[in-house]
Design a protein around this ligand. Structure first.
Ligand code: C2E
Ligand code: CA
Ligand code: CA
Length: 254
């Protein structure tokens, strides 16, 4: 209500071409004269006080408004958002998302909803219905923190997901821990066999990125490319990543 929460954006990279394909919106709560409160902390509290619904609505509004601003400038960045388990049992959540996107003329297929594997597993029956509605709307669905949620492969194949996001604990251990290497390789193969996109999060070193390319990973995100930054730093960040300011939109007049 105080208008304190803001969104930072972290680029997601196509490993083969180096192109920035999109950004993940990550909420921040800056504190005057002090370090920001980590989202893990206040999201947890929001989830246990009923505040996660208004929080998610705010994040949705801010991210879609930003996507619209970039689109109005001819910049077509896919926007990824995080949803909580509580959002999936919220009546009308898909209608709200649809209406917000429509009001801003942001095409649903340029938006990705990230749900952690444990979220999806928390209430499989209910979740499945909402995920199908989201897919019908046309938004992408990424299974976040993949590899940590103990989902059965049989269940996974029934999910209408479009992307697996390999948890950073495995990505950060590539090269150092042979088990992590095997897990990352298995997730990449699984994604390929199920026809899902695969993105690695938490890529911090060039050696990790090189290994991911060897293993056939398509997309990556991490401090190697950029930390999450406020929206006004996105143009400079993309320039540093050697992007001509993205594909111009056909409709854009600039
Ligand atoms: P997440 O969705 O798994 O987000 C990835 C986290 O990894 C982010 O932390 C990001 O800053 C961090 N990260 C990115 N690249 C690297 C890297 O190369 N190395 C390392 N060590 N970390 C990296 P952040 O922003 O602190 O967010 C933490 C968690 O808070 C998120 O995890 C997500 O679960 C939650 N969160 C953040 N924003 C939102 C939101 O708008 N809604 C909801 N429901 N949850 C959110
Ligand atoms: Ca995420
Ligand atoms: Ca994650």
């Amino acid at each position: 209500d105080g208008g304190d929460l803001v969104l930072y954006y972290q680029p997601q990279i196509d490993l083969a071409s180096g192109t920035v394909i999109g950004v993940e919106a990550l909420v921040r709560w800056p504190q005057a004269g002090s370090t920001p409160i980590p989202p893990d902390e206040f999201i947890y509290i929001a989830e246990h006080t009923g505040l996660i619904r208004p929080l998610t609505r705010l994040v949705l509004d801010l991210a879609v408004a930003q996507a619209k601003r970039w689109r109005d400038q001819g910049r077509d960045l896919r926007m990824s958002l995080n949803l909580s388990p509580h959002n999936l049992i919220e009546p009308g959540i898909v209608d709200t998302i649809a209406a917000t996107l429509a009001a801003a003329s942001v095409p649903p297929d340029r938006v990705m909803m990230e749900l952690t594997e444990s979220t999806v597993m928390a209430n499989p029956k209910r979740t499945l219905g909402v995920l199908h509605e989201l897919r019908e709307l046309g938004v992408g669905i990424a299974i976040d923190d993949f590899g940590t949620g103990h989902s059965s492969l049989a269940y996974l194949t029934t999910l209408p997901a479009t992307e697996l996001k390999i948890d950073k604990s495995f990505v950060l251990a590539i090269g150092a821990d042979p088990t992590a290497d095997s897990i990352v390789r298995s997730v990449i193969d699984l994604g390929r066999n199920l026809d899902l996109g695969v993105i690695a999060e938490g890529v911090e070193t060039q050696a990790q990125a090189d290994r991911l390319v060897e293993l056939g990973c398509v997309e990556a995100q991490g401090y190697l490319y950029s930390r999450p930054v406020p929206p006004e730093q996105i143009p400079a960040t993309l320039r540093r990543l050697n992007q001509a300011w993205l594909r111009p939109l056909a409709s854009a007049t600039q």
